[in-house]
Design a protein around this ligand. Structure first.
Ligand SMILES: Nc1ncnc2c1ncn2[C@@H]1O[C@H](COP(=O)(O)OP(=O)(O)OP(=O)(O)O)[C@@H](O)[C@H]1O
Length: 300
């Protein structure tokens, strides 16, 4: 399969400071890829560069085979973008927002009407077609943004923190939409700082092809792979040890020592050999453990 998103040694500098620092990765057709990282890691800047909203300072970036700096119009035609900020017009109706986007993309009638109807049905907003967007809930607005991003039949969908600020039920509904679109073959890049989001969208359960996760911190990609690959690289078994206040290494930002072992069995063996097991526990490692191990701090 060919890469539909390609980044090669990409940098973005603001005031001479790199906020994206030598970033390289590919996304294959039909793949779902999550960029995970704390606030300020450079995730949104990466999406903004890939979607032609800001230019890289250095490096090569392609989407759908088009260079985002030299062929921005062609790149834009082939991508759908759902940004963090609600970008639909509150003073227009649901239908009018879709209509405007369809016209901007030169989709002629009756195809335009058919596609608007199809995507509004898909995100369950047909019965709100005449409502002013400012009267919709946050989750509905986000679903409308997704429907609008899909209207011109893009090859790749970019989602920047798609569920930020939404309630648990609405988040889950959006996850189902995202996963369903990916199952239908849509290539996707999403950013998030929610571990559960990444685990739901990229994990092997219920998905023949698990998505990959790129962990970003301070502009750099510090780990890359499926959840299974990340666990196998960093260790599938974990011993956690609660540090007492006086113990060396307890810098209060953490309070816990994490010891990774290749397997759960090895973690258990280690624990069994300890004369004093107070405050110690064994469990399978998860994405959050790996993140904390790599960055030395918790997300959220
Ligand atoms: N236009 C800009 N001018 C100067 N600095 C900027 C600009 N845009 C972003 N930055 C800085 O770049 C860094 C990365 O920001 P970015 O928004 O890409 O991070 P992020 O990982 O998406 O974080 P969040 O989860 O908060 O959205 C931050 O330190 C931010 O302050």
């Amino acid at each position: 399969m060919t890469a539909t998103v390609l980044l090669e040694n990409v940098y973005k500098l603001y005031n001479n400071v790199p906020v994206v620092n030598d970033l390289s990765f590919n996304i294959e057709a039909g793949e779902i890829f999550a960029l995970l990282g704390p606030n300020g890691a450079g995730k949104s800047t990466t999406i903004r560069m890939l979607t032609t909203l800001t230019k890289p300072s250095q490096g090569r970036m392609e989407v759908a085979g088009y260079d985002v700096v030299r062929q921005p119009m062609l790149a834009k035609r082939n991508i759908g973008v759902v940004l963090q900020q609600i970008s639909v017009d509150g003073d227009l109706s649901v239908w009018e927002n879709m209509e405007l986007h369809g016209r901007l993309h030169h989709i002629a009638n009756p195809e335009r009407q058919r596609l608007i109807n199809q995507w509004l049905e898909y995100v369950e907003l047909v019965d709100r077609r005449d409502s002013l967007v400012k009267t919709l809930s946050g989750g509905m607005k986000r679903r409308l943004q997704i429907a609008r991003a899909l209207l011109h039949q893009p090859q790749i969908l970019f989602l920047d923190e798609p569920t930020v600020g939404l309630d648990p039920q609405t988040r889950r509904r959006l996850w189902e939409i995202i996963r369903d679109l990916n199952k239908q073959g849509m290539t996707m890049l999403l950013t998030t700082h929610y571990m559960d989001e990444v685990e739901f969208l990229c994990d092997a359960f219920g998905s023949a092809k698990p998505g990959r996760i790129g962990i970003m911190d301070a502009g750099k990609l510090i780990s890359l792979g499926t959840l299974k690959q990340l666990r196998s690289v960093h260790g599938e078994g974990l011993v956690t040890k609660q540090l007492s206040v006086t113990e060396p290494g307890n810098d209060s930002s953490r309070g816990w020592e994490y010891l990774f072992f290749p397997t759960l069995e090895e973690a258990n063996n280690y624990l069994n050999q300890q004369p004093n097991k107070t405050g110690m526990m064994v469990r399978p490692s998860n994405l959050e453990d790996i993140f904390v191990e790599l960055t030395g701090r918790q997300l959220n």
